[in-house]
Structure formats: structure tokens, C-alpha cells
Write a protein that binds this ligand. Structure first.
Ligand code: FAD
Length: 506
């Protein structure tokens, strides 16, 4: 049966962003909120990506909430099951369950100019109204399927890395993996021993650095539990090292040459065949695309049951996969490691703002948001991991926590304004912020490194990565500058005008 609820805040999504927002809301004393999640459980990225080998590539003690340290991380780079369990634990520990509405996919949210609230509709027929929306639907949550002629008619099995079919047995099969991004390089070493034949279709080779992964000892766990400041110090050190690297990515890409030599020796150690090494050697500056970490990827590619087609996949003819170089490969199964809708976030076409246009229309030339959070014409709507908040070398949880500071101050400012009020980012403020970000972007390795990557949108603009340190972003999002916003009050109707006059007369 259709329900209708009103809440102060509706959070969309229950990954790190949505759960982090929920914890922060409770800590701010806001209990009148819901978390709407399309899936049947929490976890976001770490619920959906269950492919073999899935793990974080930022150390776990940094890739976790500062307010919920976990002394029991099993490895320096923990696996998907452990990160997912951590997020379930956060939902329990911080009392978030009563706020969760699972299996509630948001189909549309519309700003109501009269009531000054959002009207949110979900796929299961409920309507929820909310004074403010925190959209935490994830930067990498909607799989991108490649537009390859003939793929739809492939007679075998096809699945995306984020939708792994655990019932499908790869043993002895002719497996084709499409893509060489972060997911593909974790998958390949895991499935190579099982596959009869594995063909990797590569468009651009990634730079792959050694992965300093190891089990965390019982003594370390004990120490972090008994003396929590040791875990804080460990986190601080992991953070500090990454902050020091930022200048090379953002201002001095030439300094990254040294890092390239480490990556080249990582390859040379495992790949002895010069022809294969040539295929796997990138021709762009390291860091331009995300730097990947693996000790197992190159050794797997050097195995006799593996082929690398370095021209990419151009067509599928029945069960034959045709490379752009004309090569033909027979396959039983195609695994798509083809990434996500990043610069064309699907949620944007479901958000309808004050002028009746969608966020996707408003962002048709370029996605942009004030301090990575708010968009002009979309009052009281903010996004977690919005435009230009991504990182190339550190933990996204640092950025999420900065955005939660901003969210908390935004809600405080609404309280101070009192009554029913809304804040709408001024177009001039959004424009100025975006110009500053794009100016700084010009010198970065992501723009000058000579590659195309998923950081860039269809127009070649980098609308995803933050061109600075996480400390700079923390400062920029510490509080809301009201000068950057227009305050909106409810329209004066005949009855409100009369009430105000009567009040004044008393
Ligand atoms: C395989 C993989 C590995 C990664 N490893 C790292 C790493 O090591 N370090 C790092 O910093 N980052 C990593 N990332 C990036 C990662 O996406 C972020 O770190 C973080 O998990 C994002 O959290 P989020 O809550 O913003 O988004 P998500 O975790 O994607 O959560 C978004 C949630 O919103 C829900 N949702 C979406 N649309 C709707 C809708 N219309 N209605 C209701 N619910 C909706 C989704 O179901 C999902 O639960 C990785 C990403 C992937 C895919």
C-alpha cells in the first residue's frame, strides 16, 4: 500500500557515504531521517562487487571511518567480505537500522517550490517528503556496459565485474576479460588458474605497482585494541605519506618518472617475453589513469593459457570475439571489467530542481557542484562524492568525512534561519568554485599525462578528481559560506500574509 512520510533529511544510498551521513546526522542530534537504499542490504560498492580477488587498494586502516576504527582488519588491504562486514557492523553499532528503508529505489525526486521540500518517489510505490536530501548514490555504482556490435547476440555467458555470477563455473572455460582497470586486474590472477584459456582484451595497459599486502599480526591487532592511539598513529602515517605524494600528481608530473621505473621493474620481474612486455608497457605518464597495485597480475598474464589482445575488442560474431587488429578468439564467457557510469551519474536524471529541469540537463555541458556538494537550482540537495571530489592516490573516506562536515553545517545553517527555509547555491558561486578547480586541473597529470581515462567526461574535461590535498578539501568544506547561497523562504500566500498582519497588529 502506498505510504507517505515526511522527514527532515532523506539520505539516498547506504554505502560508505550514506551510512557515514546517517552516523553524522545522529551525532548532530538529527533523528528524523531515513536512508533509502535500492538493494536489500547496506554496503554499496562492497555489497555489489563480490568478484574473486575484490579488495581495497588503499590500506584498510585509512580506508575506514575515522570515527569507527577497526583494530581487527585481517590484512593491510582487506578483502570485500571484510569491508562489507565492517559496514554492516557500522550500521548496527551506530543504531542505523531503524532509519534504513531497504529495497527502496528512488525513481525521482522533485523540488516543491511551494512547500520547500523534496518529494521523493520510490520504485515500490512509496512517496517520502524531506526538507533536505543527501544523495550518496556512489561514484562507481552503476555498471557501464560497452557498446560492442554483436555483444547482445553472444550465445555464451556475459556478466559485469560488479554483477558476478557465482553460480557460473569458469573451470576449463574459454574466458574473455574485457578491460584492464582496477577490477579486471584483481580478477585475472584469481580466475587464470581455473580457466581453460583466458584472453584479456586491452585498450590501454595500466601502470601496475607492487602491492604491499600482508596479514596483520595478532600482536598488531592487540596493540590497536589495547592502545587505540597506535591505530590513530598508523592511520595518520598512511594519510601523511599520501598527502606528500599529491604535489607530484597535481603540479609536478615529471617527478613521477621514478615511480614509473618501479612499475617497470614490477613487470620485468614477472614478464620475460619481450613481445608481451611491449604490449603491457604504457605510453603515458604514470598516474594519468589510476595507478593499480598487484603482485599477481603480471605473473598471471605470463602463464601459457593467457593471451593479451592489445587492440581491444571491436566486434562479437556469434561466439567469436574479433579484436580491432582482426584477431579472432573463441569464447564461452565474457567478463566485462568495463567500469561504471561516472561522469554521467544516473541519479542526475532523477533529480528535478526548482526550475523543473533535471540535474542531468543542468549538467549537460559539464557536471559541477559547489564544494563538490550542491548545485544551483537544486535547493537543500547535496551530494556526497559529487563532481571533482575523487582521489587518485588516497582514501575516499577522507573526502566523504569532509563532505559530512559540510552537510552538518548546512543543516545547522538551516536551523539558524529558522522556520521553513532553503538554501540554493548561487550560480556565480558554483561557477567561481568550478573555475578554480578547473584552473588547478590544467597542470595535473590527469590532464597532461597523455591518456584518456574515466576521470574525463565526453568533452575531455576532468569533472571527477580533486586537484589538491585532502587537507585542502577538508578546509574548503569545514563550514558553509552563506554568501554563496540564496536563502529561499516560502512564497507569501493570502493566508500567510493575513497571519503576519494579524501578528503585527497584536
Ligand atoms: C571494486 C571497487 C574498489 C574500490 N576500492 C577503493 C579503494 O580501495 N579506495 C577508495 O578510496 N575507493 C575505492 N573505491 C571507490 C568506492 O566507490 C568509494 O570508496 C566508496 O565506497 C563509495 O561509497 P558511496 O557510499 O559514495 O557509494 P557506493 O558504495 O557506490 O554506494 C551507493 C549506494 O547507493 C545506492 N543507490 C544508487 N542509486 C540509488 C537509487 N536511485 N535509489 C536508492 N539507492 C540507490 C546503491 O545501491 C549503493 O548501495 C572502489 C570502488 C570499486 C567499485
Amino acid at each position: 500500500m502506498a505510504q507517505h512520510e515526511h522527514v527532515r533529511v532523506a539520505v539516498i544510498g547506504s554505502g560508505f557515504g550514506g551510512l557515514g551521513a546517517a552516523v553524522r546526522l545522529r551525532r548532530e542530534g538529527v533523528t528524523d531521517f531515513l536512508v533509502l537504499e535500492r538493494a536489500g542490504s547496506v554496503g554499496g560498492t562492497w555489497r555489489d562487487n563480490s568478484y574473486p580477488g575484490c579488495a581495497c587498494d588503499v590500506p584498510s586502516h585509512l580506508y575506514s571511518f575515522s570515527f569507527a576504527p577497526n583494530p581487527d582488519w585481517p590484512r593491510t588491504f582487506s578483502g570485500q567480505q571484510h569491508i562489507r562486514a565492517y559496514l554492516e557492523h557500522v550500521a548496527d553499532t551506530f543504531g542505523l537500522r531503524p532509519h534504513l528503508r531497504l529495497d527502496h529505489e528512488v525513481t525521482v525526486m522533485r523540488w516543491d517550490n511551494d512547500e520547500l521540500h523534496w518529494v521523493i518517489e520510490t520504485a515500490n510505490g512509496s512517496t517520502i517528503t524531506a526538507d533536505a536530501v543527501v544523495s550518496a548514490t556512489g561514484p562507481l555504482s552503476d555498471p557501464k556496459l560497452p557498446d560492442i556490435p554483436g555483444l547482445a547476440a553472444f550465445p555464451g555467458k556475459v556478466f559485469h565485474s560488479a554483477q558476478w555470477d557465482h553460480d557460473y563455473d569458469l573451470s576449463g572455460k574459454r574466458v574473455a576479460v574485457i578491460g584492464t582497470g582496477a577490477s579486471a586486474i584483481q580478477i585475472v590472477p584469481e580466475i587464470q588458474p581455473k580457466a581453460g584459456r583466458l584472453t584479456l582484451f586491452q585498450r590501454t595497459p595500466p601502470w601496475v605497482m607492487p602491492r604491499m599486502d600482508r596479514a596483520i599480526s595478532g600482536a598488531e591487532k592487540w596493540l590497536h585494541r589495547a592502545l587505540p592511539f597506535t591505530a590513530t598513529a598508523r592511520r595518520g602515517l598512511l594519510w601523511g605519506i599520501r598527502e606528500l605524494q599529491v604535489g607530484a600528481f597535481t603540479k609536478h608530473p615529471n617527478q613521477l618518472g621514478l615511480v614509473e621505473s618501479i612499475a617497470k621493474s614490477n613487470m620485468a620481474r614477472a614478464v620475460k617475453d619481450p613481445a608481451l612486455r611491449a604490449k603491457l608497457t604504457p605510453s603515458y605518464r604514470i598516474g594519468c589513469k589510476r595507478i593499480l597495485l598487484s603482485n599477481a597480475y603480471y605473473p598471471a598474464l605470463a602463464q601459457p593459457n593467457v593471451d593479451v589482445v592489445d587492440s581491444g575488442l571491436s566486434e562479437v560474431r556469434g561466439s567469436t570475439l574479433v579484436g580491432s587488429d582482426g584477431s579472432e578468439t573463441e569464447a564461452d564467457v565474457i567478463i566485462l571489467g568495463t567500469g561504471f557510469h561516472v561522469t554521467d551519474m544516473p541519479i542526475a536524471s532523477r533529480v528535478v530542481g526548482a526550475d523543473g529541469i533535471t540535474l542531468a540537463e543542468s549538467w549537460k555541458d559539464e557536471m559541477q557542484a559547489l564544494r563538490g556538494a550542491t548545485a544551483a537550482g537544486f535547493p537543500n540537495w547535496m551530494t556526497i562524492i559529487g563532481p571533482n571530489t575523487g582521489l587518485g592516490n588516497s582514501s575516499m573516506i577522507l573526502m566523504i568525512e569532509s563532505q559530512l562536515n559540510y552537510m552538518a553545517d548546512y543543516l545547522r545553517q538551516l536551523d539558524v534561519l529558522g522556520g521553513r527555509a532553503a538554501l540554493d547555491a548561487r550560480p556565480s558561486a558554483v561557477g567561481a568554485w568550478n573555475r578554480r578547480v578547473q584552473d588547478r586541473m590544467k597542470r595535473t597529470v590527469w590532464n597532461t599525462g597523455g591518456c584518456t581515462s574515466w576521470y574525463l567526461d565526453a568533452n575531455g574535461r576532468n569533472t571527477t578528481v580533486w586537484p589538491g590535498t585532502t587537507a585542502e578539501f577538508r578546509r574548503a568544506t569545514r563550514s558553509v559560506d552563506l554568501g554563496e547561497y540564496e536563502v529561499i523562504r516560502p512564497p507569501v500566500t493570502h493566508s500567510t500574509a493575513q497571519a503576519v498582519t494579524e501578528e503585527a497588529a497584536r
